[in-house]
Design a protein around this ligand. Structure first.
Ligand SMILES: *Cc1c(COP(=O)(O)O)cnc(C)c1O
Length: 366
């Protein structure tokens, strides 16, 4: 059975899939060890390393599963029982990251900031002076609040204290600059269905040389499916590990081709430009965004729900009357914000105008 409706996907993900990416998935299925598939994987590996801004000796691949699988792969490979993890938490996904470290046996401390504000590198520095850490983890684009965290500064602090660094780039890869090598980031993961514009199902991830060495000398990781050594055995040495989905690889590969044809910088500029257009239009309607100007994401806009407005009803009307999907707030922001995504091929001036038009008509006083 297939759906009878088509939505304009302008929520926190999935983002719209361009027709050429959609078409790529109908290519013939190849097995996970077919030489023709392996040569696509070789290319994807290099394209991903490039997209993450990884060094030449970094290893990039895509694990099977969604962004959360990428998080699990990152955490499981840098954590061993009893390791100290410091997690920067200023939203739902920072919290998820800290829970995951706990489940993999780490001793977790959290450096918190209120939801809606960017994390503070000085607060991280104070925490690391007080307690130290083997690994420091943070979210680049906090999709629950629309905040961009200063990961270059946070990673620099963590490096000064000798910790490995993990960065969640699930909502930034393909929309904001991601530069793991120059940040000094050791493990960075993302997903396929947000800034890259493919369907969900794979999680791109990159490991620095340092992370690869640390993992190789720490004894077996507590995960089999996401074990870095086993993933390298498959992606590089062609040893069976699991049956990767060929259509999802085709879609990822095609979406990475779209990214390189557009160019990284023009793509980031496009995301910025459409975010600014949306923010300006919201202002004209008397609406605002949750984070301060200089802490805002370009890919995800946290629109403040005005006093007395039923946010769920507005979302329902967007869906029913215009087939536009936007997202609700999570946790403490439930009922207080809408989450409007302008990611991947969804980040267009036309979509911004459609959104503003929808807000204008739905919020117009009766
Ligand atoms: C969406 C998201 C995730 C989880 O991704 P799934 O694909 O839903 O598993 C993790 N971190 C951040 C910052 C996200 O925005």
């Amino acid at each position: 059975m297939v759906p009878a409706v088509e939505r304009l996907l302008l929520g926190p993900g999935p983002s719209p899939v361009a027709p050429r990416v959609q078409r790529a998935m109908s290519a013939p299925i190849l097995s996970h060890l077919d030489p023709a598939l392996m040569s696509i994987l070789d290319r994807v590996r290099l394209q991903l390393r490039d997209a993450f801004g990884g060094a030449d000796d970094a290893f990039a691949c895509a694990v099977s599963g969604t962004g959360t699988a990428g998080m699990e792969a990152a955490v499981a490979n840098v954590t061993r029982s009893g390791r100290r993890a410091t997690v920067v938490v200023n939203g739902y996904f920072g919290d998820r990251l800290s829970q995951m470290f706990g489940r993999y046996g780490a001793t977790v401390s959290r450096v918190e900031r209120e939801w809606g504000r960017a994390a503070d590198p000085d607060a991280l520095d104070r925490a690391l002076r007080a307690r130290g850490a083997d690994v420091v983890a943070m979210v680049h684009a906090e999709t629950s609040t629309g905040v961009l965290n200063p990961v270059a500064e946070l990673c620099a602090v963590a490096q000064r204290h000798g910790a490995l660094t993990v960065v969640d780039a699930v909502t930034s890869l393909g929309a904001h600059a991601v530069a793991t090598a120059s940040w000094g980031c050791d493990v960075c993961y993302s997903c396929t269905q947000k800034g890259l514009g493919a369907p969900s199902g794979l999680a791109p991830i990159v490991f620095s040389r340092r992370a690869q060495d640390a993992s190789a000398t720490s004894g077996a990781a507590a995960t089999f499916y996401f074990d870095l050594q086993l993933l390298k055995n498959y992606w590089i040495d062609r040893k069976y590990h699991h049956t990767i989905s060929a259509p999802l690889i085709y879609a990822l590969s095609e979406s990475l081709d779209v990214v390189s044809e557009e160019g990284f910088e023009p793509r980031w500029r496009r995301h910025r430009g459409n975010h600014l257009r949306f923010a300006r239009g919201l202002g004209e309607l008397g609406l605002g965004l949750l984070p301060p100007d200089e802490e805002r994401l370009w890919s995800l806009n946290a629109v403040v729900v005005p006093e007395g407005v039923d946010e769920a009803r507005v979302r329902q009307r967007f869906l029913d009357e215009r087939s536009i999907e936007i997202g609700a707030g999570l946790g403490p922001l439930a009922g207080r914000i809408w989450r409007v995504g302008l990611m991947g091929s969804g980040s267009t001036a036309d979509n911004v105008d459609r959104l503003l038009d929808a807000y204008r008509s739905v919020l117009r006083p009766a």
